[in-house]
Design a protein around this ligand. Sequence first.
Ligand code: M6R
Length: 607
Amino acid sequence: MCGIIGYCGPRNATQILVEGLKRLEYRGYDSAGIAVGLNGSLKVIKTKGKIKELRQKIPGDMISSYGIGHTRWATHGVVNDINAHPHTDCSGNLAIVHNGIIENYESLKNMLESEGHIFHTDTDSEIIAHLIEKYFNDDLEKAVKEALPLLKGTYGIVCIHAKDPGRIVGARNGSPLVVGIGKDEMFLASDVTAIIAHTKKAVYLEDGEVVFIKPEDFITTDINDKKITKEIEQITWELQEIEKDGFPCFMEKEIMEQPESIKRAMSGRIDKELATAHLGGLNLSTKELINLERVKIIAAGTSFYAGMVGAYLLEAIPRIPAIPELASEVRYKNPIIEKNTLYFAVSQSGETIDTLFAMKELQRKGATVLGICNVVGSSIARDSDGGVYIHSGPEIAVASTKAFTSQITVFYLFSLLLARMRDLSFSAGEKLITDLISIPLKVENVLSRWQQLKEMAIKYAHYKDFLFLGRGVNYPVALEGALKLKEISYIHAEGYSSAEIKHGPIALINEETPSVFLVPDDELREKIISNIKEVKARKGKVIAISVEGDEEIKDIVDDVFEIPATHELFYPFIMVVPLQLFAYYCALELGRNVDQPRNLAKSVTVE
Ligand code: M6R
């Protein structure tokens, strides 16, 4: 959940580290720090707060040729200057930054304290510095390799030593690290956004690997010092994709990008001639696809809601039983692996620890797990048995938006592919394709009417509790609408199937609790209208997201946002966008930090 950057080379490391941290700030923004080599020793500067605060503490003339930096999302120890990374050893010559959690830090700390090491922080990470110090004998790489076997837990560690200047050592176990290769300079980072301003050449470390870098080259080994040859990969993201590009914040930019990102998710994957879809990378034969009896989808947060939509589609289109499950629950419930069952691990970042570890548990028991990921080279993308990239481009805002619509695009394509192998006719396939292709324009239509959603948000942002209600394929969209509102505006919101309100939530309804109803023009419309009337009868305010031309609803509810009509299975695309914008403008109205909401971080890499 934190961000790491390291640099060695001819340029000023201080500046490169701070710029890299700024780009990594979405990974964690409680506190930040850097350590650089300066005149034979290390200079460490760290602070509670954002990179802006860190910048203010760094002297303008602090020029160095190597260093490391970190932006933190606190796990062990409160947010303060001392607990911020980098952490140093007793001598002050060694500095480390760490992502992940060291589970046995207490016993290691006791051991190290009994040997005379003095600790200054409440973090689990500080023990890494002292443990490496214990083994250091003028060779940092060797000391790291001796220390690593003692650590239990997850880590991406990057460290430097004043007595081994100009070099950086990194090690990975469960937290990503990528080496960036420049011309006579090297980078080491937790994520490519920190380095793409400088290089497009990357080497992704695997768990159990250690890298030793100096400006002119790098060496990768396992912890037993066995050399590992790595492939140099090309980073496909462009620098401009990780910049705000004139938008006030990343979330607005990413919401507005959706017509394009949805098109990218389907690009090259639709076969009009055969009225089907092509998804390279599934690594499954036609026979295996035809024989599938069940699909299970594991994910967290917004990706889980996309998975719920996916499960609905798989049951509705190819008629395959499909079950979405929270990855965090799957991992510990001793999952039963049934034959002819395909699993999907859905994750924007590809690094969510719950999803990654659930996937590994399933694979260990013999399951085939495909990834639906955005970040190329991420852990889930690499360790899955195949999969589909959503190609959304970088998603920087902590609240996920464009990834959701791209993830469901992939589920539409996969459903179409399976259905055409089973009993979906050519013309029904053609119709699905036509509907899918029309979605970006319809999303554009919704986006162009942002002003109306802004006015609605200004009217409602001061309410303290909301209900979001939808049914069928739009039920997960209601859950996603509630999640968006709570995570960026801090307004309490719950999502339910509107059919469920009579089983409890209706007790919450009064003049102070507005409900947002999703009202498509499908067979459940009448039932939803009845639910709206039940809420109105109890003086609840109602906002409806309804289909153009639905005049009846306007007389029943307090506010309406109209969306273009589509095939009933495609409403999630068009229903979710107004909810994203509504949450966004509520958060703005309340003066929240939209891109970096409190207590959150972009990818959840700790349990
Ligand atoms: O990277 P992932 O898609 O695996 O992330 C899953 C969740 O952590 C993520 O969707 C989270 O819920 C977002 N903050 C939602 O906006």
